[in-house]
Design a protein around this ligand. Structure first.
Ligand code: ZN
Length: 416
C-alpha cells in the first residue's frame, strides 16, 4: 500500500496530495504534513464553494491543526491561494480538509464539538490543547455548517417561543423550539418585537403561514408579532410558564413563613425552612430521601406552607394529565386555590381564571411541558458553566449543538 494512502486515512483528508512529512524541531517537535489539494479541487470559493478564477498566491504557506498523531501535536501545511469569486470578491480558495476561515481540520473540529457536548470544559481544553474560547468559535462553525446543510426550519407547524434571561436579568435570549421534533430551532439575543421579527424573516412568508400553533408565555410583544406574521396559527399559553408561576407563588409563601419565624426568634426553625427550599421546589418523584423527610417535617409544623406545596403539585398534575381530565382537575384546583386563604395562590387563581380560554386550548392541544422546560434548563446550565457570559454567539451555538440535534458523530466511524 502506498504511504500517501495511509497518511490520507490517518489524517482524515480526501482529494489531497501528501507531499512530505517532517518533524519541526523549531516548533516543539510537532509533526508537519505538507499537502496540496488534487488539481480538480482547486479554484473554488472558500465561502460558497462555487468555481472561481484564481487571483493570487495569498500570503504564503499556512498550517491547519489535525488530531494528534499518537501523542504528538500535528499540522497540515499548504499554500493558501486566493480566488476571485463573483459573489464574495477576493477570498482564500476552498481546501478539502478544512472549513473556511478555520485553522483546524474538519475532523479536529468535529471531535471538539462532540467532546464539548459530551464531556466537561476541562476535558475538551486539556485533551485537545485549545482554549475554551477556541472551543466556542469551533462549535459556532460546526453548527453553522450543519444548519447550512440541513434546513432547520423544515416542516415546522407547532412552535414554542420563549425568552430566557441571563447576566442577572440584564440580558435576554429569544428562543424558538419545535414541539414535534423537540428541538431548539432558533435563538438570538434580545427580547422584543424586532428580535422575533428576525426569526419570521428567516422563516419566510410561506413557511410562516404553515405554522398552526404557537405556544409562549403571556408576553404581549410575542402575541403581537405572532398575530401579524403567522396568520394561520393559534396562540396558546406554554404549560411551562403556568407551572413556573405556581413555583414562584410557593417560594413567596416559603419566604413569608421564614421571615415570620426569624422575627419571632425561632432561628433553628427558620434555618430548617430555608433548607426546605429545594424539597419544595423539586418534582416529588425526584426527591431524595432526605428531601422527603424535610417535606414531611413541613407538613407537620407548617400547614399553610404544606398546602401551598400541594397546590403547586396539583397544578403541575393538571398539565401532566392534559385533555378533558386536565380541564376537570383545573376546575377543582381553581375552587381550592380561590378559597385557600394563602394570598399568592389566591392571586394566581385569579390570573389563571383571566386566561382560562388560552389555558384550556393548551390542555386540549396536549402540548408537553418537557421541551420548553428542558431547553430552558439546558440554556441556564450553559450560561452558568460555559461562557462567562461574554460571547452570546458561542453560547447559542453550544445550545444548538445540544438541543438542536446538530452534534456531529465522531469522525472516521461507520454510522451506528
Ligand atoms: Zn463565493
Amino acid at each position: 500500500m502506498r504511504a500517501s494512502r495511509v497518511w490520507r486515512r490517518l489524517l482524515g483528508v480526501e482529494r489531497t496530495v501528501i507531499e512530505r512529512v517532517e518533524l519541526d524541531e523549531d516548533d516543539e517537535g510537532v509533526i508537519v504534513v505538507h499537502v496540496r489539494p488534487f488539481t480538480l479541487a482547486t479554484g473554488r470559493c472558500g465561502v460558497c464553494g462555487r468555481r472561481a478564477p484564481g487571483y493570487d498566491q495569498g500570503e504564503g504557506r499556512r498550517r491547519w491543526r489535525v488530531l494528534d498523531l499518537g501523542v504528538t501535536k500535528a499540522f497540515l501545511e499548504a499554500e493558501a491561494p486566493r480566488v476571485h469569486c463573483p459573489a464574495h470578491a477576493v477570498v482564500v480558495a476552498a481546501v478539502p480538509w478544512a472549513r473556511h476561515g478555520s485553522r483546524f481540520t474538519r475532523w479536529f473540529e468535529d471531535v471538539v464539538a462532540w467532546l464539548a457536548r459530551h464531556t466537561s470544559k476541562h476535558a475538551v481544553t486539556q485533551l485537545l490543547r485549545i482554549t475554551w474560547r477556541t472551543v466556542g468559535s469551533i462549535v459556532a462553525r460546526v453548527v453553522a455548517a450543519a444548519r447550512a446543510d440541513n434546513d432547520p426550519f423544515e416542516g415546522l407547524t407547532r412552535i414554542g417561543i420563549d425568552e430566557i434571561s441571563f447576566k442577572r436579568g440584564q440580558r435576554y435570549l429569544t428562543v424558538v423550539v419545535d414541539h414535534d421534533s423537540g428541538r431548539l430551532v432558533w435563538a438570538a439575543p434580545g427580547r422584543d418585537k424586532k428580535t422575533l421579527a428576525r426569526f419570521f424573516d428567516a422563516l419566510g412568508r410561506s413557511r410562516s403561514w404553515k405554522i398552526r400553533l404557537v405556544s409562549a408565555d403571556a408576553a404581549d410583544w410575542i402575541a403581537a408579532v405572532v398575530r401579524s406574521r403567522c396568520v394561520n396559527a393559534r396562540l396558546v399559553l406554554d404549560p411551562f410558564h403556568i407551572v413556573a408561576w405556581a413555583t414562584d407563588a410557593l417560594d413567596e409563601v416559603r419566604r413569608e413563613v421564614w421571615n415570620a419565624a426569624r422575627q419571632s426568634g425561632a432561628s433553628a426553625h427558620a434555618k430548617q425552612l430555608k433548607g426546605a427550599r429545594f424539597a419544595l421546589w423539586k418534582n416529588p418523584e425526584r426527591l431524595t430521601g432526605r428531601q422527603r423527610a424535610t417535606l414531611a417535617w413541613v407538613a407537620t409544623v407548617n400547614g399553610p406552607l404544606y398546602r401551598a406545596w400541594l397546590l403547586k403539585e396539583e397544578l403541575r398534575q393538571v398539565f401532566a394529565l392534559k385533555g378533558e381530565a386536565g380541564i376537570a382537575l383545573l376546575r377543582h384546583w381553581l375552587v381550592w386555590a380561590s378559597r385557600c386563604r394563602i394570598a399568592p395562590f389566591v392571586k394566581l387563581a385569579r390570573s389563571i381564571r383571566a386566561r382560562l380560554p388560552g389555558i384550556h386550548a393548551t390542555l386540549r392541544t396536549g402540548l408537553s411541558n418537557a421541551i420548553v422546560e428542558s431547553t430552558n434548563t439546558k440554556l441556564r446550565l450553559l450560561m452558568r458553566v460555559a461562557f462567562g457570559y461574554r460571547d452570546t454567539d458561542a453560547l447559542i451555538a453550544m445550545a444548538m449543538l445540544d438541543r438542536g440535534g446538530l452534534c456531529p458523530p465522531l469522525p472516521g466511524r461507520a454510522a451506528a
